[in-house]
Design a protein around this ligand. Structure first.
Ligand SMILES: Cc1ncc(COP(=O)(O)O)c(C=O)c1O
Length: 456
């Protein structure tokens, strides 16, 4: 079996159960993973539908040119449709967009016109105005306008909605998706609610966007609008494709929570997804934790792939600069002592002990290193591997006191030092560390203690 062209591979993306991030939530959470589309995003679905609807009613004729002001996913989808159907593509985008995005669109044959970012949309140099100008001046050109073109919503009503319904065998009870143009949630919800009016739909919005307040009060509040970073969701306009009556509730998610959740989806579920996927999943899980019941089944749509965000949320320096990096909680030396099974008693050896006796003590106690004391002071240390080496070289040392061949004492650390600090101090030369507890008792921390703490 083979496909006749790349566009035939659009859709029929997999539905995958969460196995880790859903911990503590009743019911089933399933991810509809849209990066399996050939352009790595959900937008392939609307691109082909907008193009084919335009062909049907003559807005686009053979040899025509597709023109859109786009920075990414929709451009990729349109470029694939154009390749399969023999159209030219011109995309205008703002110069704040990353070079990678421009390169990706050029890689699939599109002409990219880079316009200045810091001008108003009405300015003739803006990427909106330039796209409009090209559309007016180039004959047989088509301007899809994903915001207000209802083919967008229809694509999801015809493909995504039925797929979700069939993949869940009609058992879906909740659907959640981010809202940008609104095409995804409106089209999918319309289809699902027609099959079962009880299906609940949750729209994910960002801080800095008008949707949630508009749904709840009917007011378009410009005070809600401020700049934010998450790409693809939230708006400062009301696109035609947002069918508010199809969305039961909106929930807002911060840029930071979205970034951290996207990274967790990659690391803990193996789903290497984009930033707005983190928004959708964070909002959905927060809502589900409070409201989902045992027999419920929630589908969360994840729009795109992580590669486009390698320079942002998947770059630790970028995350740190934005104050987003997750704090990893490291255990301290004190935690290691508290979690230790068995005796915490420190075994030491006097400096006058003959080497032969010291070897016996190490083997009887089943330990590999030991502090050496003199007059209740720590004056040195012994490790079994070093003892062995020295005895092979000079067997007559067996009867000598350990003070003759001991190493320097083990280093003392604070009980508040964390695992990352402790492990940087243990190496080939320094096999163990010493720590004093609140009762002034001294304990030894070895490499195997650190390994145990790291793996627990
Ligand atoms: C990355 C990303 N996430 C989410 C969305 C939101 O989907 P929709 O436009 O169908 O509401 C978009 C669309 O712009 C997107 O590009």
């Amino acid at each position: 079996m083979y496909y006749n062209s790349i566009i035939e591979t659009i859709g029929n993306t997999p539905l995958i159960k969460l196995n880790t991030l859903n911990e503590g939530i009743e019911g089933t959470i399933l991810a509809k993973v849209e990066y399996f589309n050939p352009g790595n995003s959900v937008k392939d679905r609307i691109a082909i539908k907008m193009v084919e609807d335009a062909e049907k009613d003559g807005r686009l004729r053979p040899g025509g040119t597709i023109i859109e002001g786009t920075s990414g996913n929709t451009g990729m989808g349109l470029a694939l449709a154009a390749i399969a159907k023999g159209y030219k593509c011109i995309f205008t985008l703002a110069d704040k967009q990353s070079q990678e995005k421009i390169d990706i669109l050029r890689a699939v044959g599109a002409e990219v016109v880079v316009c200045p970012t810091n001008v108003s949309p009405e300015d003739p140099r803006s990427y909106y105005s330039v796209a409009k100008k090209y559309n007016e001046s180039i004959p047989n050109s088509f301007y899809p306008n994903q915001y207000d073109n209802l083919s967008n919503q229809a694509a999801h009503y015809e493909t995504t909605g039925p797929e979700v319904w069939e993949q869940t065998e009609g058992k879906i009870t909740h659907f959640a998706a981010g809202v940008g143009t609104g095409g995804t949630i409106s089209g999918v919800s319309k289809y699902l609610k027609e099959q079962n009016a009880e299906v609940f739909t949750l729209g994910i919005d960002t801080y800095g966007s008008v949707f949630k307040k508009y749904k709840e009060t009917g007011e378009f509040d410009e005070k809600e609008v401020f700049p934010y970073l998450t790409e693809g969701i939230g708006e400062d306009i009301l696109p035609e494709n947002v069918a508010f009556d199809m969305i039961d509730e909106f929930i807002k998610v911060t840029d930071k929570d979205a970034a951290i959740m996207a990274r967790r989806l990659s690391r803990e579920e193996g789903m290497f997804v984009g930033w707005s996927c983190g928004s959708a999943m964070h909002g959905a899980l927060r809502w589900a934790r409070k409201n989902l019941k045992k027999d419920d089944m929630m589908v969360v749509l994840l729009p795109d792939h992580g590669t486009r965000y390698l320079g942002k949320i998947y770059n630790d320096s970028w995350m740190k600069d934005h104050g987003y990096l997750e704090k990893r909680e490291f255990a301290t030396a004190q935690d290691i002592l508290l979690n230790r099974n068995g005796s915490n008693e420190l075994v030491t050896i006097p400096a006058s002990t003959p080497v032969g006796d010291a070897i016996k003590i190490l083997s009887e106690r089943g330990i590999s290193q030991i502090p050496v004391t003199e007059n209740e002071e720590f004056v040195g240390s012994l490790t079994d591997s070093k003892l062995l080496h020295k005895l092979i070289e000079e067997p007559e040392l067996r009867g000598e006191p350990v003070s003759k061949l001991m190493d320097k004492p083990f280093q003392f650390v604070s009980s508040r030092d964390t695992l990352d600090v402790l492990s940087s101090l243990i190496d080939k030369e320094n096999k163990a560390l010493m720590v004093r507890d609140q009762l002034n008792q001294v304990h030894i921390i070895t490499q195997s203690d650190l390994l145990m703490a790291m793996s627990s």
